[in-house]
Design a protein around this ligand. Structure first.
Ligand SMILES: CC(C)(COP(=O)(O)OP(=O)(O)OC[C@H]1O[C@@H](n2cnc3c(N)ncnc32)[C@H](O)[C@@H]1OP(=O)(O)O)[C@@H](O)C(=O)NCCC(=O)NCCS
Length: 378
């Protein structure tokens, strides 16, 4: 009998640039105030890269920490996925730079899905593991979004910050790890959050510089509506898909875009706000690094322990969204979770019935083929 494989997060690490940019600093640069930014977004300060930071160097620093926690060396890795929208260069893929700088000997690719990138990458890594193709995958979310910010546009420059976070995902035969996920895309909203120039559709020209078209543009209220719509509904879907209810979830890790979006989701889901992890006050929206950075800090602060169920959701440019339910912990699931959670029992029962159905269908397939061929011959 083939053992069921599970994909578990076994290592985590972060890197944030030293330079802190506060709301008061921004008020010196554009017509804004600490009061406006705090009440409209919840953000107090964010990190901005120094001249020593590149996307690849930040990704490598976070990855080294994650490998240390997992007790692995870079040579143990089977694959590296780097989620980012701000690579060092258009070419090569920044994931290959990270692979080389780490000294890993494996495949590497960059995944672009805006702020949803790391959750997309986590689900991709998990599929390589669950299928049996790979055992150890490094999944990084990293962003130097400040390079694409127009520091004369108060509507966007106050929202974002730079950061990196990395996780190691490993194969296990013990239940846990990624339990369910949902990936979404609605490209009809692409122009609500985009960088006009610098791609093949509109290469850099004099007009780019004159009209500041190399910088991110956003329709804030449209993105806000999309985010509020998506966060609660997608979280609910992945929770039910895992056979759980919102009450079973120990910690919600939402994309750290705006505290008002998170509060609206908590209200809609009737979940107390303190079950939602928030660190956007210190980092702002770090795009693809946002959800993993929050997860790393939740681990560091002891907000997550073995067996805890985490529901996460990211959303952003594309428009995209990605949600997942993950049971953290590398060993056996604690008795409290495996025996007494109705949701967990439902989930395991559904997996077992799926396995029985799969086996039955595989066994019946030759019979169906035989009957089909006989019918055709007649
Ligand atoms: C950007 C955002 C905070 C703006 O908040 P809002 O309440 O929707 O504010 P509006 O855009 O309606 O603007 C209200 C006013 O504040 C002004 N304003 C915008 N940014 C400002 C700032 N930093 N400081 C002061 N005033 C500001 C606007 O110019 C507008 O002024 P007006 O009424 O005179 O035209 C909010 O729309 C948002 O969070 N959107 C989602 C953004 C997001 O999460 N993006 C990333 C997704 S991955």
């Amino acid at each position: 009998m083939i053992n069921q494989r599970y994909a578990k997060i076994t290592g985590w690490g972060k890197y944030v640039p030293e330079r802190v940019l506060t709301n008061d600093d921004l008020a010196q640069m554009v017509d804004t105030s600490d009061e406006w930014i705090t009440t409209r977004t919840g953000i107090k300060e964010r990190r901005i890269r120094t001249e020593n930071d590149t996307t690849s160097s930040m990704a490598v620093a976070a990855s080294r920490e994650a490998l240390k926690v997992a007790g692995l060396s870079p040579k143990d890795l089977d694959l590296i996925i780097v989620a980012t929208s701000s690579p060092d260069y258009l070419l090569p893929s920044v994931a290959s730079q990270v692979q080389d700088m780490l000294g890993a000997e494996c495949g590497a690719f960059t995944l672009v899905a805006g702020c949803s990138g790391w959750v997309y990458a986590l689900t991709a890594a998990s599929q390589y593991i669950i299928s049996g193709a790979y055992n150890r995958v490094l999944v990084v979310g990293v962003e130097i979004i400040s390079f694409a910010l127009d520091f004369t546009d108060r509507a966007t420059c106050v929202l974002f910050g730079d950061a990196a976070a990395a996780t190691v995902v490993e194969a296990s035969n013990e239940p846990g790890g990624l339990l369910s996920f949902e990936l979404g895309s609605d490209g009809s909203g692409a122009m609500f959050l985009y960088v006009p120039d610098g791609g093949s559709a509109s290469p850099i020209s004099q007009r780019t510089i004159d009209e500041r078209r190399q910088y991110l543009r956003m329709d804030g209220p449209e993105v806000f509506k999309f985010a509020v719509r998506t966060l609660a509904s997608s979280l609910k879907r992945v929770i039910y898909q895992a056979g759980l209810t919102p009450d079973d979830i120990d910690l919600f890790i939402p994309h750290q875009a705006n505290a008002r979006i998170i509060e609206a989701a908590a209200r809609q889901m009737r979940v107390p706000l303190d079950k939602f992890y928030i660190n956007l006050d210190r980092y702002g929206n770090t795009s693809a690094a946002s959800v993993p950075l929050a997860m790393v800090e939740a681990f560091e602060e002891g907000r997550l322990k073995d067996g805890d169920l985490v529901a996460m959701c990211a959303f952003g440019a594309g428009l995209t969204w990605a949600s997942a339910v993950v049971q953290v912990g590398t060993g056996e699931i604690s008795t409290a979770h495996s025996l007494f959670s109705v949701g967990r029992a439902r989930y395991l029962a559904r997996r077992a019935s799926d396995a029985v159905l799969d086996t039955a269908q595989s066994a019946l397939l030759p019979l169906y083929t035989f009957l089909y061929q006989r019918r055709r011959k007649k």
